[in-house]
Design a binder for this molecule. Structure first.
Ligand code: ZN
Ligand code: ZN
Ligand code: FE
Length: 761
């Protein structure tokens, strides 16, 4: 009986959707099917992967099991459909050419860090790929940044112009090779070329461009390096003069630079690395991980001044690995974008834009079809938060518990991303950036067009922010004939966090950030809401204080200190023994006070980020910010560990929406300053006060509503001291705490929240 069952031959058609192209899926299926004695074929289509398998029933089932259980490491299977066919008596299993017809419903794989096998080869003098900078295989290498269209094949990538040599083709056709059907397969004979150029773009002849570049870096030179998703500017991270030179040429006085090392033991010499951080650094994602600096480390102080952390990544391409093996503990690898413009990726653009910064260029001729920044993550108390979601993460979708209508959401103004949703998947785009210049706005348009095309989504609904002046809102409003849905910024934050966690019920939402337009026209930014995707009740917020000069306070946070101090104390604030008062000359002070008194360009704000700005300025840490959030980052960085006491906010519960008054907190800070307390202890008490205040408001909300789940979002929660303490405190009080898992809590998450809300309306 058993024998008879095993002998019964069946044929099934399997349709596998998800990230199944460019990840070694076809070779994997080929191997398993051959092992299982199955006949049939596999093909990439624009709709995923189609397999037809014929053989003993048990063997066909074992193929299906193994697809689910031991697929290639980079594959992400979102669905597997089965269909019975009649048998054909076919012999043998084959990989057949891609089929390009039909509806498109898949995204390409993310770029993946170089694998250990490929690294071993480039370091092996006897290997034919010794020191080959573009080594890759089916398990690693560029995908998202080189793909022009789907399905993923050499012909649809920028590798198209490099036909394989005989040796490469042999590997490509060999089922036992790691390069079997590897679309990026190449070698020095047939693949992309690396060369060194002077600052004008003229090639400098040399035998080994990576080695020559390493020698220039050792001499303190600045080199612009064309990498995977754009250009980096590199200098030796242990050379303080070189780092300072880069800072002055890039006009970036203090914002931390990311650094890159070849190996973990290098990293451990200058930073503390936990087991989790280690695993993340060495993962295929290979993001920048923010690590605690070791005392007395050899990395130049100018790499990350006033900061207790270093942003570190491991070499994620063979090229990076070759450069670093030139004898560096670490190289500064900061993205080659000027101010906040999108990263440059064509050779001509880069030479035009970076010649006044870089002394040399290290270039290659594999076109970057799609730019992509490095991702950034930070660990806290066993979890991690994504500070920037880009390389390695995009374009993986968020799998939704509730399917969405076809939607395109245009995101926020700062830290823009867009979100294209379709069915059970929401695709949040790469990081687009701050929409303050035309170039980034064009980049946003490009991103919208490309995502809609690659996913073949024709949106029925367009979502955007309520703010009429955001470039994203303007672009969204230009889409005629579609339903437009405008979404409040903090509502989007909260729903983004909840939906990412699969929660659609009403919850208590906490959104702390810099700014978002509120229903009452004020600049909101510390919002407690009882919310679901359908709507929200604002239940508490920080008391409004004016922002003299509007958005100017972001660059000149001392203005907020003036606003809070004079708002609380009136003219007697003039006598405060604080540098922020002394250093603001009388004329300037009069202008600011007049603006606020006349209500001239001084919108009221409840932004938590603004309160952090004010505290940083009062403590003399940051009057003018050279990058967004400089004061708050400094404030977090110097917190004295072990200080458990806290200041106290006051609450006014007289109306339906509670108002949180920071005055007692600020008065206590002034008192502590007067008594000679140091900023590290004051900062700890201030952070502890915020944690306590949130826990108190959540407890009050629970009393009124019975709700016990809290979703936490907003840029302020990139502060991991705050996030760690808050999740701990809320959990201890019996709350279920939801935090962002695969998105950043900052405005990168807004587009996803907008999509979920627009779907509900
Ligand atoms: Zn590899
Ligand atoms: Zn070759
Ligand atoms: Fe925000």
């Amino acid at each position: 009986m058993v024998l008879k069952q095993m002998a019964s031959v069946i044929r099934k058609k399997l349709t596998v959707k998800g990230t199944v192209q460019g990840v070694g899926f076809r070779p994997f299926i080929y191997r398993v099917a051959t092992e299982c004695n199955l006949a049939g074929f596999i093909a990439n289509t624009t709709n995923g992967v189609i397999i037809e398998a014929e053989g003993a029933e048990a063997n066909v089932n074992s193929l299906i099991r193994r697809i689910v259980s031991d697929g290639p490491p980079n594959a992400q299977i979102l669905s597997l459909d089965q269909q019975n066919l009649s048998t054909t008596g076919e012999n043998g299993f084959s990989i057949i050419p891609s089929r390009g017809n039909g509806e498109i419903s898949l995204m390409v794989a993310p770029d993946t860090a170089v694998c250990l096998d490929c690294l071993r080869e480039i370091n092996d003098p006897s290997d034919r790929r010794f020191r080959y900078p573009f080594n890759s295989c089916v398990n690693c290498g560029p995908r998202y940044t080189i793909v022009e269209d789907v399905p993923f094949d050499r012909e649809t990538t920028s590798m198209r112009v490099f036909p394989m040599c005989k040796a490469c083709l042999r590997e490509y056709r060999d089922p036992d090779s790691r390069r079997f059907h590897s679309q990026t397969n190449s070698c020095r004979e047939c693949g992309p070329r690396l060369w060194l150029a002077d600052k004008h773009g003229n090639e400098i002849p040399c035998v080994d461009a990576a080695l020559a570049t390493a020698n220039l870096l050792k001499k303190g030179k600045i080199v612009a390096i064309r990498g995977l998703g754009g250009f980096h500017l590199a200098v030796n991270a242990e050379d303080d003069d070189a780092v300072k030179l880069l800072r002055s040429r890039k006009k970036r006085p203090t914002k931390p630079f990311a650094i890159m090392s070849a190996r973990l033991d290098n990293v451990k010499s200058y930073a503390h690395v936990t087991a989790q951080e280690e695993a993340m650094l060495e993962s295929r994602l290979a993001p920048i991980v923010l690590l605690q600096k070791r005392k007395g480390n050899s990395i130049a102080e100018s790499v990350a001044p006033n900061n207790s952390t270093l942003g570190v990544m491991l070499a994620y391409t063979p090229l990076h690995s070759l450069l670093l093996s030139g004898g560096f503990r670490a190289l500064v690898m900061t993205s080659g974008n000027l101010s906040e413009e999108p990263i440059k990726c064509s050779v001509e653009d880069a030479i035009g834009n970076l010649a006044h910064i870089a002394d040399y260029f290290l270039l290659h001729n594999r076109e970057i079809v799609r730019r992509c920044d490095d991702s950034i993550v930070k660990f806290y108390g066993g979890n991690h938060t994504i500070m920037r979601r880009a390389r390695g993460y995009v374009p993986r979708p968020i799998v939704l518990e509730r399917p969405l209508k076809p939607i395109c959401a245009y995101g926020s103004h700062l830290k823009n991303t867009i979100c294209v949703a379709k069915g059970g998947h929401a695709y949040v785009s790469r990081y687009v950036g701050d929409l303050d210049n035309l170039e980034t706005v064009e980049y946003l348009e490009e991103t919208v067009a490309e995502m809609e095309r690659l996913l073949s989504v024709r949106p029925e609904i367009i979502a955007c922010d309520m703010h009429p002046d955001y470039a994203s809102t303007k672009l969204a409003s230009e889409r005629t004939g579609l339903r437009l849905c405008k979404v409040q910024h903090h509502h989007a934050h909260i729903v983004s966090c909840a939906a990412e966690n699969g929660v659609y019920d009403r919850i208590i939402g906490v959104a702390f950030d810099g700014a978002g337009l509120g229903d009452d026209g004020a600049v909101w930014g510390s919002e407690f809401m009882i919310a679901d995707a359908a709507g929200y009740d604002r239940v508490a917020h920080l008391k409004y204080f004016p922002m003299p000069g509007g958005d100017a306070v972001v660059r000149e946070p001392y203005r907020m200190a003036i606003s809070y101090l004079f708002g609380m104390m009136g003219d007697s604030a003039r006598a405060l023994p604080l540098d922020v008062i002394r250093e603001t000359d009388d004329g300037r002070l009069a202008v600011l006070l007049n603006m606020m008194r006349r209500n001239d360009n001084s919108p009221p704000t409840s932004g938590m980020g603004r309160l952090f700005d004010a505290v940083a300025a009062i403590l003399g840490l940051c009057y003018n910010a050279t990058f967004e959030g400089e004061g708050p980052v400094y404030l977090e960085s110097l917190i004295e560990r072990g200080v458990e006491d806290s200041y106290h906010f006051a609450f006014d519960n007289s109306s339906k929406c509670a108002v949180i008054d920071p005055s007692p907190v600020l008065m206590s800070i002034l008192e502590d300053v007067r008594k000679g307390s140091e900023p590290p202890a004051i900062s700890a008490r201030f952070h502890n006060a915020v944690v306590r205040m949130v826990a108190d408001i959540c407890a009050m909300s629970r009393e009124k509503t019975g709700l016990e789940t809290v979703a936490v979002s907003g840029g302020v929660f990139q502060n991991t001291y705050l996030l760690e303490r808050l999740t701990k405190s809320l959990s201890e009080h019996g709350f279920t705490v939801l935090t962002h898992k695969s998105l950043s809590p900052n405005d990168e998450c807004i587009s996803f929240g907008q999509a979920v809300i627009a779907n509900e309306r």
